[in-house]
Design a protein around this ligand. Structure first.
Ligand code: UDP
Ligand code: MG
Length: 315
């Protein structure tokens, strides 16, 4: 029977964990009882440097039942890093891991199907949301637009409506851990791994308690990382854009010159001066901004900084 770890990134989830973890434990125990997974399977809560009592809650859960394990990151590193920390831990002891958010917005009943697909030989099982009814209009619209941009424009392979609820076999986890870049965008990397995959659909629910920790700025930075980590298209596009602007400005100025030459318009030098200043300024700034992003990324990656430190482990 396979050992399967459920990896839960937790950031300021003191309100959520006491409600959601017992339900997850029940699920784990029912799978153990049904002989689908090994008794040594566990729930690995990764405390992503929370500022509230999350670690205390994890500690007390661990004392109640040995199936609960905890990892404490020394600092808030963000959801993606917390997930990787959990996967790295789990790859050493389990045959597969399932990642799920602490608020259990994702349906834990989909776990049964994930385990089944794994038993049938899948290395990666994606949890895919069947609807986005519980999302605000804003989140739905931006998420959909974003997936489209990623896929169609930047050419990143992503699974539509899949967040980070997925099962990964030991093989897939080891492959993922080979990616050493520090700006991780798991949704783009995991499909790139290949292997045998399967999908499980479920309906996403409301958050159990507390509030979202994905602020608009965290979401934007994830989205931006998704594009710039996987594609250099913005660089090429901005180049084309600049070229277009240059051609247009030359055409505009030549047109002005001709119209003034044949005295349709009175002579005035200002349009040329203003036009060229604004156009060149705009092009240069945009191009430099984009360049800056990539240079910044290179600067960040060449440092090969560690992604996180584990301060404490409960096992
Ligand atoms: N999370 C984390 N570190 C962060 C922000 C969030 O580990 O810096 C965790 C959080 O505890 C939760 C998951 O990531 O388990 C998803 O966050 P949330 O539910 O707040 O996001 P939403 O579902 O609103 O997108
Ligand atoms: Mg959530």
């Amino acid at each position: 029977m396979p050992i399967i770890d459920i990896v839960v990134p937790c950031y300021n989830e003191e309100e959520c964990l006491p409600l959601t973890m017992p339900r997850l434990l029940e699920k784990l125990k029912s799978l153990i009882a049904a002989g689908k997974i090994d008794e040594a399977s566990s729930i690995v809560m990764v405390d992503d440097g929370s500022k509230d009592k999350t670690w205390e809650v994890i500690t007390s859960l661990h004392e109640q039942d040995p199936h609960y394990r905890g990892l404490k990151l020394s600092h808030n590193r963000g959801h993606q890093y917390a997930l990787v920390a959990g996967v790295e831990y789990s790859a050493k002891r389990a045959d597969a891991s399932i990642s799920i958010d602490a608020d259990l917005q994702d349906d834990i009943d989909a776990i049964d199907q994930m385990v089944e697909e794994f038993a049938k030989g899948a290395d990666i099982v994606y949890g895919v949301r069947s609807s986005r009814e519980t999302d605000t209009f804003f989140k739905r619209a931006t998420a959909q637009g974003y997936y489209r941009i990623l896929q169609k424009w930047a050419g990143v392979e992503v699974i539509y409506n899949h967040a980070d609820f997925r099962l990964m076999s030991k093989k897939a986890m080891d492959a993922l851990l080979e990616y050493k870049e520090s700006a991780l965008f798991l949704r783009g990397i995991v499909p790139e791994l290949g292997f045998k995959t399967a999908k499980v659909t479920y309906a996403r629910k409301e958050r159990e308690a507390g509030q979202t920790h994905y602020s608009l700025s965290k979401m934007l930075s994830l989205a931006w990382n998704g594009v710039t980590s996987f594609s250099i298209k913005p660089l090429r596009e901005i180049f084309r854009f600049g070229l277009l602007f240059m051609i247009l400005s030359v055409i505009a100025m030549v047109t002005f010159g001709v119209l003034q030459g044949v005295k349709v318009l009175p002579y005035d030098g200002l349009p040329y001066i203003l036009g060229s200043i604004f156009l060149m300024g705009g092009i240069l700034l945009a191009a430099m901004g984009i360049l800056g992003v990539y240079v910044g990324k290179v600067n960040y990656e060449v440092k090969k900084r560690p992604r996180y430190f584990i301060e404490e482990t409960l096992e």
